[in-house]
Design a protein around this ligand. Structure first.
Ligand code: DAT
Ligand code: MG
Length: 156
C-alpha cells in the first residue's frame, strides 16, 4: 500500500525561531494528513535510540546536545509515499546545500541547525514513530477533502 506514515521532527531551532507553523504548513499544504503531534523534550535515552545509526560518529555528541537542548515538535504525517515526499520537501541534510523551495533551503543557513528530521525509509518510519508515539496517540480520521486530495490510483 502506498499510503504511508512517517515521523517528522521540528527540531529545537525551529521551535526557538518561531517557525513551527510555517514548517507544519509546508507539509499540510501538500494534502498530507497530520495523524499525530506533540511538543516534547528529547531525552538522552530517546536521542540514542532515535539516532542509533549515528552513535560513535564525530558529530554525534553535538547532535544530541542540540536535539536535547530545548523542546521539539514531533509529527506523524500520512499520505501517498509520505516518507519520500517529506524528504523531498525538507531538502538536503545541510541547509547550505538544500535547494530553494525546500524547508531547509528556505528557512535555514546552517549545517547542523537544519530545522527538521524526516524518516529515511518505511522501516525507519515505523521504528521512529514507535519511539515518539503510543498507538493511541495516532489518530485515524477522514477529512472531507480526502476524496479531492488522493484517490485509488495513489493507494497503489
Ligand atoms: P538527515 O537529517 O538528512 O536524515 P542524517 O540522518 O545523515 O541526515 O544525519 C542526522 C543529523 O545529524 C543531520 O540532520 C545533521 C547531523 N549531521 C549529519 N551529518 C553530519 C556531519 N557530517 N556533520 C555535522 N552534523 C551532521
Ligand atoms: Mg537521517
Amino acid at each position: 500500500m502506498a499510503i504511508e506514515r512517517t515521523l517528522i521532527l521540528i527540531k529545537p531551532d525551529g521551535v526557538q525561531r518561531g517557525i513551527v507553523g510555517d514548517i507544519i504548513g509546508r507539509f499540510e499544504r501538500t494534502g498530507m494528513k497530520i495523524v499525530g503531534m506533540k511538543l516534547m523534550k528529547m531525552s538522552d535515552e530517546l536521542a540514542s535510540q532515535h539516532y542509533k545509526d549515528h552513535v560513535g560518529k564525530g558529530f554525534y555528541a553535538g547532535l544530541v546536545k542540540f536535539m536535547t537542548s530545548s523542546p521539539l515538535v514531533a509529527l506523524a504525517v500520512e499520505g501517498p509515499k509520505a516518507v519520500e515526499n517529506c524528504r523531498k520537501l525538507m531538502g538536503k541534510t545541510f541547509c547550505t546545500d538544500a535547494q530553494a523551495g525546500t524547508i531547509r533551503g528556505d528557512f535555514g543557513v546552517s549545517r547542523g541547525l537544519n530545522l527538521v528530521h524526516g524518516s529515511d525509509s518505511a522501516e525507519s518510519a515505523q521504528r521512529e514513530l514507535g519511539l515518539f508515539f503510543q498507538a493511541n496517540e495516532l489518530q485515524e480520521y477522514s477529512r472531507a477533502v480526502d476524496a479531492w486530495t488522493w484517490n485509488d490510483e495513489d493507494k497503489g
